[in-house]
Design a protein around this ligand. Structure first.
Ligand code: ADP
Ligand code: MG
Length: 420
């Protein structure tokens, strides 16, 4: 190790208590400390936050962190504050602050105390804030969840489109983009919109070798099929995703009637019930959560043993994110999706009410899900290829962990399924 490497290892230990970097963290941090634009693509849980938190803590000036969710920003600020004796080391700047609070934030930044300033993209556009940030030293701007900049991402936020213009007004500051979205199209969009084709790019593998991927044809017996599956995984934690709130309610009920401990979770339930059901799942008072996609953001239960898709997701990106909640601890994670072409038509019909541009993107993303469901090749290879990653389906890690590899369909049978 050279002296710089020793230095950042020491800081890692000092601030976070970790003795080793995870994956590409060290390379990313070295790139950021070199004042170069940096682009980080790592799956959820890969440790992206530390990639900008550590360099922010050890550099002169304040790092601005743009993040789309106020709740996540607050969590991160609390976590950083717990590492230090100074509350002012990290702040959030948003519209809910009082004048006094804003004055305190500005004071801490000006005095050099604040190392991390979390800002929602809409707050960053405020002229008053921009003028202030122009007057203080900024170490870099980190843009977390950078896929929000792309219409091809699963969470497009128009405010993200403005970021580059604002950052320009801050002078020559390096930009760090971070995302867990692996599709080449979204990545291209991010680099273009942030005008950083020169960025050092670091991409971790998206392969999850411990997840088993399976697709079953959806028939009218789906409910008994799901019940049988869960009973084969007795006492294990699992999530069942459904498209509609109504379906969530009815599946949860069917499971309960059949002696499976399950609770529903969707945005139509009041906040108290949602929080209660989420806690019950985390504390293992229930085995199964039946949920819409409203469930899962920020859920970090390490031992989820299965994720079932009662209905197909609207993109492979979402599918990867949702199935990714299984087997976080490295143990078994069975990902079972039910597929019928009728569901595809339903989703298409649902999208037809949307603006044309959005529709086109929606259809294209959905076609990829269809191709995944209908493929007879290695599902892992298919998914990783979609994310721009080569996978050797004979020797790669987790190569035999899917239905197509374990029980190859003969070609005619596969073809018949498509025609139906
Ligand atoms: P991401 O934003 O990529 O989804 P996070 O930044 O939330 O991931 O980190 C995921 C988890 O990994 C956190 O619990 C964090 O404390 C942990 N982590 C990050 N870096 C390290 C490390 N070097 N050693 C051990 N754990 C780490
Ligand atoms: Mg993150």
């Amino acid at each position: 190790m050279n002296s710089n490497e020793i230095e950042i290892h020491k800081e890692l230990k000092k601030y976070f208590g970790f003795s080793q970097f995870k994956g590409l963290q060290e390379q990313v941090i070295t790139s950021i400390l070199g004042k170069t634009n940096t682009f980080v693509i790592m799956p959820t849980g890969g440790g992206k936050s530390l990639c900008y938190q550590l360099p922010a803590l050890i550099q002169e000036g304040t790092a601005i962190v743009v993040s789309p969710l106020i709740a996540l920003m607050k969590n991160q600020v609390d976590a950083i504050r717990s590492l230090s004796s100074e509350n002012g080391i990290a702040h959030v700047l948003n519209s809910s602050l009082t004048k006094t609070e804003i004055a305190q934030v500005k004071k801490d930044i000006t005095s050099g105390l604040t190392k991390l300033l979390y800002v929602a993209p809409e707050s960053l556009t405020k002229e008053e804030y921009v003028a202030f940030l122009q007057s203080v030293p900024i170490s870099f701007v980190a843009i977390d969840e950078a896929h929000c900049i792309s219409e091809w991402g699963h969470d497009f936020r128009p405010e993200y489109r403005n970021l580059k213009n604002i950052i320009k007004q801050l002078g020559q500051v390096p930009i760090i983009g971070l995302t867990a979205t692996a599709t080449p199209k979204v990545q291209e969009d991010i680099l273009k919109n942030l005008d950083m084709s020169d960025a050092n790019t670091f991409k971790a593998s998206f392969n999850r070798p411990n997840l088993y991927y399976e697709v079953r044809t959806k028939t009218k017996n789906i409910e008994s099929d799901i019940i049988r599956f869960i009973k084969q995984h007795k006492g294990k934690s699992g999530i069942i995703y459904c498209l509609s709130r109504k379906k969530v309610e009815s599946i949860a009920e069917v499971l309960q009637v059949n002696g499976i401990s399950a609770v529903p979770y969707h945005a139509g339930l009041d906040a108290k019930t949602r929080a209660k059901h989420q806690d019950m799942f985390l504390m293992e008072d229930v085995d199964v959560v039946v949920a819409t996609i409203a469930f899962g953001m920020g859920i970090d239960k390490p031992d989820v043993r299965f994720v079932i898709h009662h209905d197909i997701p609207k993109s492979l990106e979402s599918y990867y994110q949702e199935t990714g909640r299984a087997g976080r601890d490295g143990g078994e994670g069975h990902c079972l999706a039910y597929y019928s072409y009728k569901d595809v038509e339903k989703l298409e019909k649902f999208m037809s009410g949307k603006p044309v541009a959005e529709q086109e993107i929606g259809f294209a993303l959905l076609q990829e899900v269809v191709a995944y469901a209908e493929t007879s090749m290695s599902r892992r290879k298919f998914l990783l290829h979609y994310f721009g990653e080569e996978f050797d389906s004979e020797t790669g890690e987790g190569a035999d962990m899917d239905d197509n590899v374990r029980n190859p369909k003969n070609k005619i049978e596969a073809k018949e399924q498509v025609v139906k």
